[in-house]
Design a binder for this molecule. Sequence first.
Ligand code: AMP
Length: 547
Amino acid sequence: MMATKIIPPAEGAYAYPLLIKQLLLSGVRYEPGREIVYADKLRYSYQTLNQRIRRLANALTAAGVKAGDTVALLDWDSHRYLECFFAVPMIGAVLHTVNIRLSPEQVLYTMNHAEDDLVLVHDDFLPLVEQIQGRLTTVKGFMRLTDDAPVDTCLPMVGEYESALEEASDQYAFPDFDENSVATLFYTTGTTGDPKGVYFTHRQLVLHTLNAVGTLGVYQGQPLLRSDDVYMPITPMFHVHAWGVPYVATLMGIKQVYPGRYEPNSLVRLYREEKVTFSHCVPTILQMILNCEEGKATRFDGWKMLLGGSALTLGIASEASAKGMVVHAGYGMSETCPLLCLTYLRDEDLALPGEAQLPIRIKTGTPVPMVDLKIIDANGDDVAHDGESLGEIVVRAPWLTQGYLKDKEKGAELWHNGWLHTGDMASIDALGCVEIKDRIKDVIKTGGEWISSLELESLISEHPAVMSVAVVGIVDEQWGERPMAMVVCEPGQYLDRKLLEVHLQAFVDGGRINKWAIPKQFKFVAEIPKTSVGKINKKLIRESEAG
Ligand code: AMP
């Protein structure tokens, strides 16, 4: 350690550990009457939110939860989820946000691996939990979350959420503790093996939140989230804390709308009725919103939409922007809490007409403050900042998971040489804008050349009759691999292989791609397989093509 100057604190000086409870202080101060809305079921004020968080802390304590315990939550996006984001870590316990879209066996694996103590379960997930209950090894009790009339269950319930809150006191003195205590935990499904647990501490979540307040709020061209905005998440709260935005919105005292189960038509109705101005989602969900019945009949003027989780194609971005939506791209992953990069628009970009801004808006973006990001080649050296040279993105930031829960080996792989390895292949230009070309494992290797499946998807999506597209590499005796495109056609439109070949040939003629990039095979399907968080499931597509 270097001999820096450390001045001992004055007697009685207070060190102020960074704790989630502090994120709650300001929202209610600024906007005690602002609303938290749960679909078409409930609305209450920030004052009530704060009260209910204290009641929940008492209810959890009465149910036997202690500091260091783990509380699992299975719910749709709701006001209760928001309350748990705060109350569980604020009593020193860990919130396990269970991915309810995993298979029952995977949910079982994650709950046993996380060593869950108490399980909060919405009625809709009772059948799932009943199915695995006999094999849950650490769970001591269940508390039910009910929207409608309660249904029968064989699970040993310690109570019902709403009545437990009603009975509990609304006073709770939240204690201070070490800011490095784990606050949240959830699982990410890789391409192989069991789901891996990533975890975040109070300090990390506080720093991520403060950073996101600034990053989303102050830069020119992208004030995505100001205190007078209306926020509705469309990335599930079980997945990386809905990208951490509920914490940001609560700190700012913003009106928040929790949509319950995602159903595209209801999302559009909520957007209209609650006057939502900011949301975030993965591109496949955006597409569902644009194409559902209500979506087709609605203009989305001024709806600021942050797209992340996978690359945004020009096709979807144009469709959204033609309907008035303002699109931005963000980049991150489960392991990174998630915020790493965001669209950044300079004066000259903003001076361009809307359509001409889209190629900039769909790029992966510029690393946000506090994120140290490099793109390295196979030798570990930085690639040239020329917008073309490819390498792996590696990062450091204050909010990255420090490993995988109970898996030293995979944790050390993730953190090889002191940098978190993302597994994403990208280029970076002279101005520092990153562009992801592929996941390392999704890149298509054809006769010594690399083809970016993401770039091909974006080019194919520009054909007006294409609704969605996924490109994967399939084995080819001569070339090693050749691209295969799975395409969903816009309703009422016609498409065939020839039409898409002609469309792509124009990009070959223009020098944008080489002729080997034209897929060897086009498959026209009604739906593209998706992962548990709604992204294109390339692993499954590859497997089914190989099989
Ligand atoms: P997950 O851990 O499920 O959130 O997935 C993270 C992965 O999604 C990243 O490693 C990227 O491969 C991909 N991803 C996230 N954001 C973007 C983006 N803006 N563009 C391209 N890929 C992205």
